[in-house]
Ligand binder design. Structure first.
Ligand code: GDP
Length: 528
C-alpha cells in the first residue's frame, strides 16, 4: 500500500465547498455521517415486521424538551471525531477496454500519479488488479483502493469478459460476510475491500453501446453502484456528444440497466444531485499534463489545433464527475454499497444457507428459533437419509446374498460334476495301473527266464571262445612272420636288381669313355 499525501486535494471546486472542510460544515456533515450509521430505510421485505414494531414503540414514546443544556448535542461531533481517527476507505472499480484512459482519469481525479503500469492487449483472460494507497487531506485519512480490469475487451471471444468482474465483487462481499459471521470479529480494523463505485468507461464511438458494455453493466448493476462515463470525450464533437449521451441513456433504460443515481433525499444536495443526474453519463477527459493558459497552469491535452482543458466545464464533464464522486456523494456511495448491494448479497447468501426471518404463517423468527428449526430440519433430513440408506443397504445386501447364493449353487453343481469326472478318471487310471502292473510282472518273469537261459548259454560258449582266441593268436603270429620274411626277400631282390643296374650303367659309361679317347687320338684338334 502506498501512502500519498496531497494537501492540494481540498481545493476542488470553486463553486462548491467540500462538506467537512471547514468547521461550519462539520455539523451538517456530521449529521449526515450520523444518519449514515443509523439504521436506514431498506427495501428488504423481511424488515417489514420490525418496522411495524418500531412504529408501535415510537407511538409509546413521549417527546420532552429539556429545561437546560445537557450536552448530548455533541454526539454527532463525537462520531465525526471517531470517524476521523479511524480514517475512511473508498474502493473504486474501473471497468473498460485497455487504453480507454482509466489510469489517466484516476490520476487526474486524485491529482496524483499512481504510477500504474501500462497494460498489454494480449492477456488471454480478464484479470482484476487492486492497488491500495493511503491519501491524506487536511486531517482526513483515506485508504483508496483502485481496482483495474486488465485485459477487458481484448479477447476475441468476449463472452466471459464480465464474469471475473462479477466474481471479484462477490468475493469482496463474501470476505466481509465471513468476517461478520465470525464469533470473534474485528470489523473495526477490518480492511473493507467491497467496491463502492464502478466507473464504467464507454468508448466515444458516437454510435451506441457495445453488447459487451450492456452485458457487463447488466450483470453488475445489482452488485455495485455504476457511474457510466464516456472516455476520451475530446475526440467527439459537441453535437455528436449530446446525441450520444441521449442514445446511451435510452439504451440503458430499455435494457433495464440500473445505474447509480445521485441521491436527492438530502435537501442540501438534492438540487445539485438532481441536475447532475441529468448530465449522466459524464463525458470526461483525463490528463496529468499542465499547459499555461493565461497566467495559470492547468491540466490539459494539447493538440495542434488547440488545448482541451480538463477542468473546463465547456470542454468536459470531468469537474462534475469529481464533484459528484469525491466531494458530494462519496459517503452515499459507501452507504449504498453497505445497505443495498451488500445487504442483497448477504440476504441471498443467508437464505441459500437456509436462514429466514419469518417462519411458516409469516411469524417472525429469531436467529435462535431459525437455528433450532434448521437443526430440527437437518436432523429430520439426516434421519430420513439414514433410513433411506439403511433400506438401500438391506436391499443391496439381499440382492448380493441372492447373487452369492446363485453363484454358490452354480459352484456346487460344477464341483459335483468335476468330482464325478475325477472319479471316473481315477477309476480308469486304476484299471490302467492294474494292467500295467500285470504287464510289468509278466515282463519281469520273462526277463528272469531269459537271464537264466542267457547265463547257461554263456557258460557253455565260454571254453570254445578261449580256444578260438589262441588259434587266432597263432595264425596272427604266422601271418606276421611270413610277412616279414617276404618283405626282407623282396628287399634283397630289389637290392640285387639295383646293383646289376648300377654295374651295367658303369660298364656302359666306361665303354663310351674308352671309345671317345680312341677317336680323339685318331683325329687330334688343330693348333693355332
Ligand atoms: P488504460 O489502459 O485504460 O488505463 O488507459 P491509459 O490511461 O493508460 O491511457 C491510454 C492512452 O490514452 C494514453 O496515451 C493516454 O494519454 C490517452 N488518454 C487518456 N485519457 C485521454 C483522454 O481523455 N483523451 C484522449 N484523447 N486521450 C486520452
Amino acid at each position: 500500500m502506498r501512502c500519498l499525501s496531497r494537501p492540494r486535494l481540498c481545493r476542488v471546486l470553486p463553486q462548491r465547498r467540500s462538506p467537512g472542510c471547514c468547521p461550519q460544515d462539520r455539523r451538517s456533515s456530521s449529521a449526515a455521517l450520523f444518519q449514515s450509521h443509523m439504521p436506514t430505510k431498506t427495501t428488504c421485505p423481511s424488515s417489514q415486521v420490525s418496522d411495524d414494531e418500531q412504529k408501535q414503540k415510537r407511538e409509546n414514546t413521549r417527546s420532552l424538551t429539556m429545561s437546560g443544556h445537557v450536552g448530548f448535542e455533541s454526539l454527532p461531533d463525537q462520531l465525526v471525531n471517531r470517524s476521523i481517527q479511524q480514517g475512511f476507505c473508498f474502493n473504486i472499480l474501473c471497468v473498460g477496454e485497455t487504453g480507454i484512459g482509466k489510469s489517466t482519469l484516476i490520476d487526474t481525479l486524485f491529482n496524483t500519479n499512481f504510477a500504474d503500469h501500462e497494460s498489454s492487449h494480449f492477456f488471454p483472460h480478464v484479470r482484476l488488479k487492486a492497488q491500495t494507497y493511503e491519501l491524506h487531506e487536511s486531517n482526513v485519512r483515506l485508504k483508496l483502493t483502485i481496482v483495474n480490469t486488465v485485459g477487458f475487451g481484448d479477447q476475441i471471444n468476449k463472452e466471459e469478459s464480465y464474469q471475473p468482474v462479477v466474481d471479484y465483487i462477490d468475493a469482496q462481499f463474501e470476505a466481509y460476510l465471513q468476517e461478520e459471521l465470525k464469533i470473534k470479529r474485528s470489523l473495526f480494523n477490518y480492511h473493507d475491500s467491497r467496491i463502492h463505485v464502478c466507473l464504467y468507461f464507454i468508448s466515444p464511438t458516437g454510435h451506441s453501446l457495445k453488447t459487451l458494455d450492456l452485458l457487463t453493466m447488466k450483470s453488475l448493476d445489482s452488485k455495485v453502484n455504476i457511474i457510466p462515463v464516456i472516455a476520451k470525450a475530446d475526440i467527439i464533437s459537441k453535437a455528436e456528444l449530446q446525441k450520444f449521451k441521449i442514445k446511451l441513456m435510452s439504451e440503458l433504460v430499455s435494457s433495464g440497466v440500473q445505474i447509480y443515481q445521485f441521491p436527492t433525499d438530502d435537501e442540501t444536495i438534492a438540487k445539485i444531485n438532481a441536475s447532475m443526474n441529468g448530465h449522466l453519463p459524464f463525458a470526461v477527459v483525463g490528463s496529468m499534463d499542465e499547459v499555461k493558459i493565461g497566467n495559470k497552469m492547468v491540466k490539459a491535452r494539447q493538440y495542434p489545433w488547440g488545448v482541451v482543458q480538463v477542468e473546463n466545464e465547456n470542454h468536459s464533464d470531468f469537474v462534475k464527475l469529481r464533484e459528484m464522486l469525491i466531494c458530494t456523494n462519496m459517503e452515499d456511495l459507501r452507504e449504498q454499497t453497505h445497505t443495498r448491494h451488500y445487504e442483497l448479497y448477504r440476504r441471498c447468501k443467508l437464505e441459500e444457507m437456509g436462514f429466514t426471518d419469518v417462519g411458516p404463517e409469516n411469524k417472525p423468527l429469531s436467529l435462535q428459533e431459525t437455528y433450532e428449526a434448521k437443526r430440527h430440519e437437518f436432523y429430520g433430513e439426516r434421519q430420513r437419509k439414514e433410513e433411506e440408506m439403511k433400506q438401500m443397504f438391506v436391499q443391496r445386501v439381499k440382492e448380493k446374498e441372492a447373487i452369492l447364493k446363485e453363484a454358490e449353487r452354480e459352484l456346487q453343481a460344477k464341483f459335483e460334476h468335476l468330482k464325478r469326472v475325477h472319479q471316473e478318471e481315477r477309476m480308469k487310471l486304476e484299471e490302467k495301473r492294474r494292467l500295467l502292473e500285470e504287464e510289468i510282472i509278466a515282463f519281469s518273469k520273462k526277463k528272469a527266464t531269459s537271464e537264466i537261459y542267457q547265463n547257461q548259454s554263456y557258460m557253455a560258449s565260454g571254453s570254445n571262445l578261449k580256444k578260438d582266441k589262441d588259434r587266432k593268436k597263432i595264425s596272427n603270429a604266422q601271418v606276421l612272420e611270413g610277412g616279414s620274411k617276404r618283405a626282407s626277400e623282396s628287399m634283397r631282390a630289389g637290392s640285387l636288381v639295383y646293383r646289376a643296374q648300377l654295374e651295367g650303367e658303369s660298364r656302359r659309361a666306361r665303354e663310351s669313355l674308352r671309345a671317345g679317347s680312341l677317336s680323339y687320338r685318331a683325329h687330334p684338334l688343330p693348333q693355332h
